[in-house]
Design a protein around this ligand. Structure first.
Ligand code: ZN
Length: 185
């Protein structure tokens, strides 16, 4: 089921996600709905807060993006990223392992807003998937950026919090427009 995507201004986006204590049928259904919603919106990632649930659950799929490469390593071995998409991360733990690099980002909760955001080039990720299995990998490129963006959502951090002051000032009116029109689209 495709769910409505919450827009900037909704207080749920500023609510830290609760740890998921057990993989219940409700959590599995949430993951399925989040994947459908992400694909419907042509996004590369979606956090539970963006569908109105403050939980440590996010889904990512970078396989549709061809102009921004991603890398992935499992157990120290490089793997083909598209064979491992989509990824579901429940209760994720992420460790930055690279130097900060700036790159363009958007967010489904901020229609038509784009800015360069500085993120670690690579990260280590450990989480559970929707079957309760441990997922552990290292990644770089767009996938590392997406993981950091989504895990920020789970911790109630939005990409506007990481924009430069200059970018944020330039986008001020557009941001206020989104905040004022939430729920009216
Ligand atoms: Zn986002």
């Amino acid at each position: 089921m495709v769910l409505p995507v919450v827009k900037y201004g909704d207080p749920i986006l500023r609510k830290k996600g609760a740890t998921v204590p057990a993989i219940t049928p409700e959590i599995k259904k949430l993951v399925k709905d989040m994947l459908e919603t992400m694909y419907d919106a042509h996004g590369v990632g979606l956090a539970a807060q963006q569908v109105g649930k403050a939980l440590q659950v996010t889904v990512i799929d970078v396989s549709g993006v061809t102009d921004r490469p991603s890398t992935m390593e499992i157990g120290g071995k490089e793997v083909d990223v598209k064979n491992h998409m989509p990824v579901t991360l429940i209760n994720p733990e992420v460790k930055a392992t690279g130097k900060p690099v700036a790159g363009p980002e958007g967010c489904l909760s901020f229609p038509e807003i784009y800015a360069d955001i500085s993120r670690s080039e690579t990260v280590d990720v450990k989480a559970l998937d929707e079957n309760g299995e441990v997922v552990q990998f290292s990644c770089g490129g767009l996938l590392a950026r997406a993981v950091q963006h989504e895990v920020d959502h789970l911790n109630a951090i939005l990409f506007i919090d990481r924009m430069t002051k200059v970018d944020k000032l330039e986008l001020k009116e557009q941001l206020e427009e989104i905040r004022n029109s939430k729920g009216e689209d």
